[in-house]
Design a protein around this ligand. Structure first.
Ligand SMILES: [Ca+2]
Ligand SMILES: [Ca+2]
Length: 100
């Protein structure tokens, strides 16, 4: 089950973020980039360096969770998740939400 290993990696990264650093450091960005590369290694089937929705959904056992995360991560809604989007999405988990 290689997907469950990947899933664990994502969960680990997210829980690490939630655990309490107050600023999103360069180290964390680096960690997020590495995590994304790991995701690509397993799930970027056509090797274009980004994740299509179909590729992304193979990560998730639960379609609803996958769908929810897709909407969070594909910030510009072009149908692909790039490294930048992934890193920003992880960074956004850290930031307190600013309401207008
Ligand atoms: Ca791809
Ligand atoms: Ca996108």
């Amino acid at each position: 089950m290689k997907h469950s290993k990947l899933f664990l990696l994502i969960i680990l990264l997210i829980s690490f973020l939630l655990m309490g650093t107050s600023t999103f450091s360069q180290d964390m960005k680096k960690a997020a980039r590495n995590a994304f590369k790991e995701i690509l290694k397993n799930s970027d089937k056509n090797k274009d360096g980004k994740l299509s929705k179909a590729e992304f959904m193979t990560i998730w056992k639960d379609k609803n969770t996958g769908d929810k995360n897709w909407k969070t991560w594909d910030t510009n809604k072009d149908g692909y998740i790039t490294e930048e989007e992934y890193v920003n999405a992880v960074a956004n988990i850290q930031k307190p939400r600013k309401t207008k």
